[in-house]
Design a protein around this ligand. Structure first.
Ligand code: DX5
Ligand code: ZN
Length: 218
């Protein structure tokens, strides 16, 4: 299992000053930034676009952009996000499009790739893709909004995916996203997760570096 890593979600940052929010993440000693992209269709909300990533790069951010595409047609947008500075691009399994070809295209564009599961989607849905991805993201809330409550019933899905990872010798990161705080991150870690997206709990933390260190020491 990769070392545990806290990944702050920009969605909970200051939308009038995203550059400053990204700097807070770097100042806490963290290498990754989770960037949520929503289309008002796959999820009932809107957030950022490729220009947000471009602007953060122009403002000097060297963070690893963990880009979570919550889009009905992600295959149409992987190129602009790669060109805008994404390092990893994750796509959902639920919409109907060619998942394997889109993951291959992400890699061809020079990015790492991930596959994402909504709470209602079983682990079995992504088994054929597990050998092709750098990251599997298990949503621990229904995607679309920050600040929701963590779903403990997702722990068994983590156990299942971690077991598949071990059985087949895969090296993907197993990421959780939604309602994550230090206490439930420990539960997720015990279930096999190693990568912890945190929006609300990171940006509201009084000592963000201490939060990051506590996750690293799980
Ligand atoms: C939800 C997004 C999450 C969100 C998490 O649709 O995918 O990344 O920012 O926010 P918190 O940690 O507040 O649940
Ligand atoms: Zn996300």
């Amino acid at each position: 299992m990769p070392d545990p890593l806290l990944v702050p979600s920009l969605l909970a940052g200051d939308h009038a000053n995203l550059g400053a929010s990204a700097r807070l993440v770097a100042d806490a000693g963290l290498p990754w930034l989770h960037v949520d992209i929503m289309d008002g269709h796959f999820v009932p909300n809107l957030s950022f676009g490729p220009e947000t990533l471009n602007a953060l790069r122009r403002a000097g951010s060297k963070l690893y952009f963990d880009t979570h595409l919550m889009l009905s047609e992600p295959q149409k947008y992987v190129e602009p996000f790669a060109a805008a500075g994404a390092n990893l691009i994750s796509i959902h399994i639920e919409p109907g499009y060619d998942h394997a070809a889109t993951l291959a295209r992400i890699r061809q564009l020079g990015c790492a790739c991930g596959i994402v599961l909504n709470p209602g989607t079983p682990a079995s849905a992504i088994i054929p893709l597990l050998g092709q991805v750098d990251l599997v993201l298990v949503m621990t809330v229904q995607p679309g909004f920050g600040g929701q409550s963590f779903r403990r019933d997702m722990l068994s899905k983590l156990v299942e995916l971690d077991l598949l990872r071990q059985q087949h010798g895969f090296s993907f990161r197993l990421e959780v996203d939604g309602g994550i705080d230090l206490a439930n991150a420990a539960e997720c870690h015990a279930a096999g997760a190693d990568t912890f997206v945190a929006g609300t709990s990171f940006f509201r933390a009084t000592d963000q570096a201490a939060f990051a260190a506590a996750i690293a020491n799980l």
